[in-house]
Design a protein around this ligand. Structure first.
Ligand code: G3H
Ligand code: 13P
Ligand code: ZN
Length: 332
């Protein structure tokens, strides 16, 4: 058994308190490999931002849970070596069972999400409560994120055809009965690079899709019922058009890509939304650069020569998010 404190990690409790009070959001970046981890740490150290490094069950299958845990330990030492100790959380993204949450907690995670959002309400309450009771009874308190409402979108392990918004009438009861430390809500974001169907969007003159706005009215209603309580947004990639175009220029096909405009994430960050999840944008950044290198240097076969530039681009993207979108830069 490993406690997250032995790894030099922290839970989300104090970070969220400060973020809600300070009107910014902490980035939650997914990672599956060393280059992603390096980019996250470099960007967050350089911008002096706290960070949540999150691992999905797909990532655990891909990379191995022991390796990921030790990468998180390495991330703490790497940040110190880069010259500034930032708060780092190791978080389970979209945990789908009590057993998985326990396994992660016993193996050094400082925070877990139990995603019972697709279950009937009372089952979601019971499962989330069970995870909270275990996580909070640990000597080193592990924080728990629950979810109410369903996001649309398709990823490896997370998929749902249709979304339904969080019902504000349920949030107080859910938080009180479960004891969660934060709540993920559905107000119009969704997973992946195609967040809306073209028919839900308008188009600019040059054909770029403009998505419908997030439901800030629902967010306001939730905040009224849970004053100051930490709120989480999943599915918050902006799907930058430059990356989509670069991928298509160098042979990819990503039609109908559309994300959440940065302006709306900036607005959300100033509210009780204190954790914003971003994965797809990083996938796009890496893919765009790797495709470019392959197209421009067909004789290149040293992985460092395409993973290195991809890592640099990822770092640039994360620095931009921390500084210009989430407002987390300078908060570590
Ligand atoms: O919300 C899901 C994350 O983007 C993780 O995706 O299950 O493909 O690792 P994944
Ligand atoms: P994106 O697909 O919008 O990056 O969302 C990631 C996410 O919510 C991870 O839990
Ligand atoms: Zn998610």
């Amino acid at each position: 058994m490993t406690s997250y404190k032995e790894l030099g990690l922290c839970n989300t409790v104090d970070l969220f308190k400060k973020a809600v009070a300070g009107g910014y959001a902490i980035p939650a970046y997914n990672f599956n490999n060393m280059e992603q981890m390096q980019a996250i740490i470099q960007a967050c150290v350089e911008t002096r931002s706290p960070v949540i490094m999150q691992v999905s069950s797909g990532a655990r299958k891909y990379a191995n849970s022991h390796l990921l845990r030790n990468m998180a330990r390495g991330a703490v030492e790497y940040a110190a070596e880069l010259g500034y100790k930032i708060p780092i959380v190791l978080h389970l993204d979209h945990g789908d069972s009590y057993e998985l949450c326990v396994d992660c907690i016993e193996n050094g995670f400082s925070s877990v999400m139990i995603d019972g959002s697709s279950l009937p309400y009372e089952e979601n309450v019971a499962l989330t409560k069970k995870v909270c009771e275990y996580a909070h009874s640990r000597k080193d308190y592990v924080s728990v994120e629950g979810e109410l409402g369903v996001l649309a979108g398709v990823e490896d392990e997370v998929s749902s055809e249709h979304s339904h918004y969080t019902q504000p009438s349920e949030v107080q009861d859910f938080v009180k009965k479960t004891g969660v430390d934060s709540l993920a809500i559905s107000i119009g974001t969704s997973h992946g690079r195609m967040k809306f169907k073209p028919e839900q969007c308008t188009r600019t003159a040059d054909g770029v899709l403009i998505p419908p706005p997030l439901r800030f009215d629902i967010l306001a209603e939730i905040e009224k019922r849970l004053p100051g309580f930490p709120i989480v947004l999943h599915g918050s990639s902006s799907v930058p058009i430059e990356y989509v175009k670069m991928i298509e220029k160098f042979g990819g096909k990503l039609s109908d890509s559309v994300g959440i405009p940065e302006e709306q994430l900036r607005r959300a960050s100033k509210s009780a939304v204190c954790k914003i999840n971003i994965d797809s944008d990083g996938r796009l950044a890496m893919t765009a650069i790797i495709r470019k290198v392959f197209a421009e240097k067909p004789d290149e076969f040293d992985p460092r020569k395409y993973l290195g530039p991809a890592r640099d681009e990822l770092k640039k993207l994360y620095m931009h998010k921390n500084k210009e979108v989430l407002g987390s830069a300078g908060q570590a």
